[in-house]
Design a protein around this ligand. Structure first.
Ligand code: NIG
Ligand code: FE
Length: 406
């Protein structure tokens, strides 16, 4: 058995006690002057004061703080090309959906991803993961959706499967066939039938995805269409995540409730009535603040949603268009400022609540006896400093399953 004792932890942000809602979002369950014993990759014991004797390795945390590894519950990790050329258009006032309608946006990335080799996609995504690990990300969800056709969707998902062999970050795959309306399928129903018959069976047979996602948005897929494709995924055994309310509120929350989705994501324009529904159905809302920042659009009404009892998470939405940002710490800094939430509130949203958004809150998201020893060591006096100070990454070490990976 491998045993490690981590001593001299100034503040251990355990996030213990389950997902945070309402006023509890600010509770980081901090233990001061803490120690933690990790046995075979899991938390075995936590305490404060004088550490007990252990027959194993002793790691002095030098009076730094320790917190659970971050969970990035929404990314578009694997893609080809670059969309920097859209930036000037955006600054000139051209809307995100207008760029898409004109054949750019997601369509441009689809073209580049189709052209890219497996190796090119792998190398680009691997570099991103290596960087995200230095930002403290220990679990990450990755969506497909830049292929729309069989070969490219599968290529993206297989890149994720291959990456899992070479990164300590736990990767969770989501199949996102309905990310844009493909030019060769003007009829959504025909496109879904193609996905159902030609792509999904392969995805399921090769265990390439855990979730099915859809971009439910004005001019992309409407509620009825989203329901059709998501139901196909659900029938095949996939859990559901949905992009909703990014630009317009057009019934996405109702679809999520009807299908029993794990999460709805974006929620920039989610209404009070829909927030009540999310709370009643215990559906997570994954907010993506860096997307609001990058698009210059509205921030989700996090405080309103909280008041209505919605469980909130935050994620990067890392992708080449609406959010080319893989810096998890920057995303948290934007979240705090954009939503007017405290550092500990955004920390809850990025750890224990984000764990629920990927249906793993029993395993990760907090440092409690029996859970995976995924954690970050930071050279600051408190997590407040990380958010208040925008100019450095204070992470000195990252552990995954008790093993030092940064
Ligand atoms: O979540 N909105 C849909 N999908 C991504 C953006 C993808 C892109 O612009 O390439 C998002 O923001
Ligand atoms: Fe997205």
């Amino acid at each position: 058995m491998s045993i490690k004792l981590f001593t001299n932890i100034a503040k251990l942000y355990t996030m213990a006690g389950g997902v945070r809602k309402k006023d509890r979002l600010d509770d980081a369950s901090i233990i001061e002057h803490a120690w933690m014993i990790v046995a075979d990759g899991r938390v075995q014991e936590i305490g404060t004061g004088k550490a007990p004797f252990v027959d194993g390795e002793i790691i002095d945390c030098n009076n730094q703080i320790v917190l659970p590894g971050f969970i990035d519950a929404h990314t578009h990790l694997v893609y080809g090309g670059d969309r920097s050329n859209e930036y000037r258009k955006k600054m000139a006032g051209v809307a995100y959906l207008d760029i898409l309608q004109a054949g750019g946006g997601i369509h441009a990335t689809v073209e580049a991803t189709r052209k890219a080799t497996f190796e090119e996609l792998y190398n680009k995504a691997k570099a991103t993961l290596d960087y995200m690990l230095t930002c403290g990300v220990t679990t990450l969800e990755a969506k497909s959706g830049y292929g729309l056709d069989r070969d490219t969707e599968i290529k993206q998902l297989e890149v994720v499967k291959e990456l899992q062999k070479d990164t300590p970050i736990t990767l969770i795959s989501s199949f996102l066939p309905a990310h844009a309306r493909p030019k060769n399928y003007p009829d959504a129903h025909a496109f879904f039938t193609y996905q159902k018959n030609e792509v999904l069976p392969y995805v399921m047979e090769h265990h390439l995805a855990e979730y099915m996602d859809c971009f439910l948005e004005t001019g992309v897929f409407n509620a009825e269409e989203a329901k059709e494709i998501l139901q196909i995924g659900k029938d095949a055994g996939l859990k559901i995540k949905i992009h909703v309310d990014e630009i317009a509120s057009i019934g996405g929350v109702d679809v999520a409730c009807e299908l029993g989705a794990v999460s709805v994501e974006h929620c920039m324009v989610t209404t009070e009535a829909d927030s009540d529904k999310l709370a009643a159905h215990d559906i997570m809302a994954v907010l993506l603040p860096a997307t609001s920042f990058n698009l210059g659009s509205a921030y989700a009404r996090a405080k309103m949603m909280l008041k209505h009892g919605v469980t909130l998470a935050v994620a990067t939405d890392y992708n080449p268009g609406s959010c080319p940002c893989s810096d998890f710490l920057w995303m948290l800094r934007i979240a705090s400022r954009g939503y007017k939430l405290t550092p500990n509130e955004v920390l809850s949203m990025a750890t224990i609540n984000a764990a629920k958004a990927v249906d793993r809150d029993h395993e990760i998201g907090s440092l409690e006896v029996g859970k995976q020893a995924d954690f970050i060591v930071m050279n600051v006096a408190s997590f407040d400093e990380v958010i208040a100070n925008m100019q450095k990454n204070p992470i000195t070490q990252v552990y995954k399953n008790g093993r030092k990976v940064v």
